[in-house]
Design a protein around this ligand. Sequence first.
Ligand SMILES: Cc1cc2nc3c(=O)[nH]c(=O)nc-3n(C[C@H](O)[C@H](O)[C@H](O)COP(=O)(O)OP(=O)(O)OC[C@H]3O[C@@H](n4cnc5c(N)ncnc54)[C@H](O)[C@@H]3O)c2cc1C
Length: 134
Amino acid sequence: MLRSFIHEQHLLGFPGSRVVLGATVEDAGFDPRVTVGGLGEVLSAGVELAPGLAGATVVETRVGLRPVTADGLPMIGAVAGGVVVATGLGAYGLTAGPYAGLLAAELALGLRPSLDVAPYSPGRTPRAGASSAS
Ligand SMILES: Cc1cc2nc3c(=O)[nH]c(=O)nc-3n(C[C@H](O)[C@H](O)[C@H](O)COP(=O)(O)OP(=O)(O)OC[C@H]3O[C@@H](n4cnc5c(N)ncnc54)[C@H](O)[C@@H]3O)c2cc1C
């Protein structure tokens, strides 16, 4: 089951009565800590939706990042030394990652990429007024 409730938060059920609650959306930089505020927000929203969870055991907590660039667009292209990067997919990396990987592989092999990657150049000048929120 996948059900959205408050903002970006969701509840997923797995076999064995395991439930995953997620997630906060924070501009946290590279800080991978589980914070009291973040955990409280997620647990409160989960119990509000499913009160029976109040007696459940917290088995583990995890942190993930949604890497974004200054202008919100991904970076796909070569940088110094011929290294090809494909990053900055923000909240859509799971969905768009495989295609970004294909484009990166094409670039690394010296092939013409199947999509014009010029807008995603790592060396681009960020667009004025663009958002970096994820
Ligand atoms: C709670 C949550 C829910 C999400 N839901 C979705 C969704 O429904 N759909 C969707 O499309 N996307 C979703 N995303 C976004 C998706 O997970 C990211 O966009 C994607 O993981 C980004 O992939 P990446 O390879 O760029 O970075 P990452 O997955 O962050 O991979 C970077 C890797 O580099 C490693 N690393 C970092 N620094 C170093 C270093 N100095 N040396 C060596 N290794 C290093 C890290 O350990 C990590 O393994 C979600 C993200 C979160 C956090």
